[in-house]
Design a protein around this ligand. Structure first.
Ligand code: C2E
Ligand code: MG
Ligand code: MG
Length: 716
């Protein structure tokens, strides 16, 4: 029986066979193949497709029945098993131009080894590159005389009952017969068409050229198939799959032609739906990443041909995450929808505005003549998105950062262009957000250096490229070295010494900071234990902790504690330095828990770089901080009577009241030392006393001490 068009079979039929294709067929190849394979689901003929290695990648039900396989059982089987003649057929095909269909007659083999006399057509589809090949075979069994009668009977049964419209033509194209399905499909009576030329069915959607090519193919190869717009007697047009086949007489002369029409409107609709889902963002209705890539590739091809220029904008909404977190995802979605609307409003009809995901958007502009055009666009986007967003009862303000890059000026392929625009966007963020930045070569260079550093960083710990330097922290009242801050150093094999300011952020992003932080802690505390023993010094060792070490799974405190126990070093001799930002994340309970676990274990906590962040004194109380380190930027500008001095004095006063002691960082001059000492600062650290130095140098310092007398002598 002819299989009726059955939509549910379509997704696991040709489309999935196509997905399984590991071949570099491009989209036009693919749609051609899909069209061919789709036939398999509609017709009585056995239909199968093979890949470059002659393995079966698709087989319809008729083929499974013909060759005796269970559903899906023949996938992956070499086609030679079923069709021993296939080599012969292929070698014939190779002499034909690409995509030609060859009619053949030969032998097949049933799964139970029975020989099957077969007749059919095979089509060869090379990929555009010519390196891969797909064969689509359509075949059916031929029979002896009894068989012929039986088949004729069967055919007539099918002809009368199938839901596909069929008509039979003589070789000149005169309609000899139509089946009932045709009558209902086209709404035309038998008497209305029988005896007339088939061109009476031509549809206004196709031109003369279309029909003449179609019939020429039928004359030459015996068959044609493809999409066709059919017209109902009431004038309505609908898409149909049309297939024309020829039966030949004993001398090979055409005797009859059979046309089969199946309505594919539903499938088209489903296809359109699937296509939309695959290519458009459901929230904003904008093209999605996939579609954007297609359009970008297309624009690049066009611009290459026409020597044109393309502009690419990459946008990221500033602080969108905060809105999402505070107002909830539903509001976040509303904001994205509205932002998409405003963005589309700024762009021209011909531009592509897409949403790549999250709060990332792109705008693709073809035919950019003047960079000024872009200037106007970015300005209007920035202004539009800065307007208030009304989300329910809330009014929200956001801004956006835009990166701009051009083809062919900055790059000539899609991926690099997108990377460039992304980098430029980051630089817009780094420059303070709510602005646009053009991509520059130096951005590229920075990004590349960064990437190389990240790679090297992965190896550095294993290859012992890190070491620790120590900088003394001096008790300002006695001049004694009271503590040492541990500062990490990376000796890069090629670049030499790399600053922690450069590599710590990379280590944080890549997660390497966890292993690195453990190493620093173990090494620094080992060193401190050694010094205590060797010099009977009661120096405290201070270790910087990155927020990233405390987030997610957090630190392995048991491991740290066990390490201290083995060293015989009391926790009181260890200080960890954290930054203010970490305390602001205090709704992250884990961080609070870990800090208090440290404190309970006896480890002291110093708040580093105080004054550069939120400088909230209420946090100091909440978190049980022991030391406060005034950032060097305040110390640098200390002068008698200066605002910074007043600020330092106020900080010290308050800190003391809260029971904290204060370390001033970055003391470089005697006046700075004296001023800080004068306002009651407890400790000082800076080049004036000593620069950070390797362990062996620090040992001599431990022995000699820092002589602060000359500075103190000058004190009034
Ligand atoms: P920080 O913790 O605030 O460290 C003080 C920084 O100031 C050090 O820079 C030190 O060399 C520098 N410094 C000290 N005295 C003076 C001075 O008188 N004048 C000037 N201009 N600078 C002075 P360094 O060693 O480059 O470290 C920079 C930052 O890297 C550190 O700032 C810290 O945040 C981070 N860091 C260093 N080692 C580690 C580590 O082991 N782990 C983590 N997580 N971060 C680290
Ligand atoms: Mg520090
Ligand atoms: Mg600091």
């Amino acid at each position: 029986m002819v299989s009726t068009p059955h939509f549910t079979r379509f997704p696991d039929g040709p489309a999935s066979a196509l997905q399984a294709l590991p071949l570099p067929f491009d989209s036009s190849d693919r749609s051609h193949i899909l069209a061919l394979l789709r036939l398999g689901d509609y017709f009585q003929d056995a239909c199968l497709a093979t890949d470059t290695h002659d393995h079966i990648i698709y087989m319809n039900r008729s083929a499974e029945r013909l060759f005796g396989y269970r559903h899906g059982a023949a996938l992956g089987v070499p086609v030679q098993t079923l069709m021993p003649d296939v080599e012969l057929i292929k070698s014939r095909l190779d002499q034909e131009p690409a995509r030609q269909t060859l009619l053949w007659r030969g032998k097949g083999r049933h799964r139970q080894s029975r020989a099957l006399p077969l007749t059919g057509a095979v089509t060869h589809i090379p990929s555009s590159s010519g390196r891969s090949h797909l064969y689509v075979l359509r075949t059916r069994k031929t029979g002896g005389s009894n068989e012929i009668e039986r088949q004729a009977e069967l055919a007539s049964l099918v002809y009368r009952n199938t839901s596909e419209g069929m008509l039979v033509l003589d070789p000149k194209g005169i309609i000899l017969d139509v089946n009932p399905a045709f009558v209902s499909l086209r709404g035309r009576a038998e008497s209305d068409v029988i005896g007339r030329h088939v061109r009476c069915l031509n549809s206004p959607c196709h031109d003369r050229e279309f029909y003449s090519t179609m019939w020429r193919t039928v004359m030459e190869t015996g068959s044609w198939q493809g999409e066709h717009w059919g017209q109902h007697a009431n004038g309505e047009l609908y898409p149909e799959w049309l297939s024309i086949n020829t039966s030949f007489g004993p001398e090979g002369e055409p005797q009859r032609r059979v046309m089969i029409f199946s309505n594919i409107a539903e499938i088209k609709q489903a296809e359109a739906m699937i296509w939309k889902q695959a290519n458009f963002d459901r929230l904003t209705d904008l093209p999605n990443r996939q579609m954007f890539h297609d359009r970008l590739e297309q624009s690049i091809r066009k611009a290459r041909r026409a020597n044109g220029r393309i502009g690419l904008l990459f946008l990221d909404l500033d602080r969108f995450k905060e809105i999402n977190d505070t107002l909830g995802h539903a509001m976040g979605d509303e904001l994205l929808k509205e932002a998409a609307r405003r963005l589309s409003g700024c762009a021209r009809q011909s531009d592509t505005v897409a949403r790549l995901g999250g709060d990332e958007f792109t705008v693709l502009l073809d035919d950019v003549h003047e960079p000024r055009d872009i200037e106007r666009l970015t300005r209007s986007i920035l202004a539009e998105l800065a307007e208030p967003f009304r989300l329910g009862v809330e009014t929200v303000f956001i801004s956006t950062s835009i990166g701009v890059t051009f083809f062919p000026d900055d790059a000539t392929d899609a991926e690099t262009l997108l990377n460039n625009a992304d980098q430029a966007m980051y630089s817009a963020k780094a420059d303070g957000r709510n602005r646009s930045r053009y991509f520059t070569a130096s951005m590229q260079e920075r990004a590349q250096t960064r990437m190389r550093l990240v790679n090297d960083l992965h190896l550095a710990l294993d290859q012992n490229q890190f070491s620790l330097h120590y900088q003394p922290i001096v008790d300002l009242s006695t001049g004694q070295v009271a503590k040492a801050e541990t500062l990490l150093r990376w000796h890069h094999p090629v670049r030499g010494l790399v600053s922690p300011a450069e590599f710590i952020p990379l280590a944080e992003e890549t997660g390497i900071i966890r292993a690195l932080g453990d190493w620093v802690f173990c090494e620094a505390t080992r060193q401190a234990a050694e010094w205590r023993q060797q010099f009977q010094s009661d120096i405290q060792i201070s270790v910087n902790i990155s927020p990233a070490q405390l987030r997610h799974e957090g630190l392995d405190l048991d491991f740290w504690q066990a390490h201290l126990n083995t060293l015989g070093l009391a926790s009181e001799h260890v200080i960890i330095e954290i930054t203010e930002g970490l305390l602001m994340d205090s709704d992250d309970d884990r961080i609070r828990q870990q800090l208090s676990a440290f404190r309970q274990a006896g480890v002291q906590v110093a708040l580093d770089d105080f004054g550069t962040g939120y400088s909230s004194l209420s946090y100091l109380r909440k978190f049980d901080i022991d030391f406060l380190k005034i950032d060097q930027s305040f110390v640098a500008n200390l002068r008698p009577g200066s605002a910074d001095l007043a600020l330092c004095e106020a900080i010290i006063l308050l800190a003391h009241r809260l029971g904290l002691r204060v370390v001033a960082e970055g003391i470089e001059t005697i006046p700075q030392y004296q001023l800080l000492s004068g306002v009651g600062c407890d400790f000082g650290q800076g080049y004036l006393f000593a620069r950070p130095m390797p362990a062996h140098a620090f040992e001599s310092l431990l022995q000699t001490g820092v002589d602060t007398r000359p500075f103190r002598d000058g004190l009034a």
